[in-house]
Design a protein around this ligand. Structure first.
Ligand SMILES: Nc1nc2c(ncn2[C@@H]2O[C@H](COP(=O)(O)OP(=O)(O)O)[C@@H](O)[C@H]2O)c(=O)[nH]1
Ligand SMILES: [Mg+2]
Length: 310
């Protein structure tokens, strides 16, 4: 399967409603389209705005699918000027641009079970494949075997991994790993963290501390803090994202498990309300199922358009 087909397959649940509302041959009902967008977690205000824009574009001659796709893409690329896909000569199916980290250390945060540790392993493989030297810090020392889980991945991938015993200070694990990364001039260190402590306040404080000690070991780092979010958790995930963003300042989000939900629209409010870009999306459990986020590909798959269709 090519990467677009994987993405499309992963988004099947979400497309089932939205895509069928827009498919030619059906009587087009914009209220139903809006309802499908809300049901997919796009958010009520964004859904209304998307439909209003799409309706206009449809009246000007765009197909319903192309019109909704354009309105979605406009909301997923906060750093770009509004652009018409048709005007820029939309093309899909070429090589995906690599997602470049801003610096040398990426700190990963997120609640338990969202897919942090497996995403770190997948990212390790991704950056290795790009020829980068990678190391890991297994900072989830709270859960039994939390640290070991990443250690096992590190061994399998031949990626040096700083681990810590259960209950040990995750700041110390991160500090040592950050020092080693700088001393060995490795390209990238990815730091895992706990997803739950005794209270949420404790967790946020610990993350702030880990961030600070990384900066002591390696000035200016971590330049990236990426939140891993499970699409299945829907609007609740958006609240999670806000809390993490307030505590440590997110530079990116990875949305996992888009393959297991009909609510794959959560990416829109993340970008719209948090203003934080989506870096990767997870559409399955195997390594190839973590993909750089491409708003056009995502919106194309969601509305059920063929990649070649304008
Ligand atoms: N279906 C699906 N499962 C995923 C995806 N990403 C992670 N998982 C699974 O989610 C579970 C929890 O992952 P883990 O990395 O341990 O979560 P953590 O607690 O955040 O570190 C594991 O069974 C993963 O295989 C995804 O994109 N799709
Ligand atoms: Mg974990």
């Amino acid at each position: 399967m090519g990467w677009f087909d994987r993405l499309k397959e992963g988004l099947r649940g979400t497309r089932a409603n939205l895509g069928s509302e827009l498919t030619a041959g059906r009587t087009l009902d914009w209220d139903e389209v809006e309802f499908s967008l809300v049901a997919a977690d796009v958010g009520a205000a964004a859904a209304a705005a998307i439909v209003a824009e799409a309706k206009e574009a449809h009246e000007r001659g765009d197909t319903p699918q192309a019109a909704v796709r354009q309105a979605l893409v406009d909301r997923l690329e906060p750093n770009r000027m509004r652009q018409s896909l048709r005007r820029v000569g939309f093309e899909l199916g070429g090589t995906q641009k690599p997602v470049e980290p801003s610096g040398h250390v990426i700190m990963m945060v997120g609640v338990n079970g969202v897919g942090k540790t497996t995403s770190i392993a997948k990212l390790g493989q991704y950056y290795q494949a790009l020829g980068r030297s990678v190391s890991f810090a297994a900072g989830d020392t709270f859960r039994a075997a939390g640290s070991e889980q990443l250690g096992v991945w590190g061994e399998r991938l031949n990626i040096p991994t700083q681990t810590g015993a259960q209950g040990s200070d995750p700041g110390a694990v991160a500090f040592e790993a950050a020092q080693a990364r700088a001393a060995e001039a490795r390209d990238l260190l990815i730091v895992d963290t706990a997803g739950r402590l005794h209270t949420q306040h404790n967790l946020m404080q610990e993350l702030v501390k880990i961030k600070r000690v990384i900066g002591k070991a390696d000035e200016g780092e971590p330049k990236d803090i990426w939140l891993v979010l499970d699409a299945v958790t829907g609007q609740n995930g958006l609240n999670q994202a806000k809390r993490f963003h307030d505590a440590v300042g997110l530079t990116g989000v990875i949305v996992t498990k888009l393959d297991g939900t009909a609510k794959g629209g959560i990416l829109v409010p993340i970008v719209q309300e948090l203003g934080v870009p989506i870096k990767f999306v997870g559409v399955g459990e195997s390594a190839d199922d973590l993909q750089p986020f491409d708003p056009v590909a995502y919106a194309t798959a969601l509305v059920g358009l063929d990649p070649q269709a304008a």
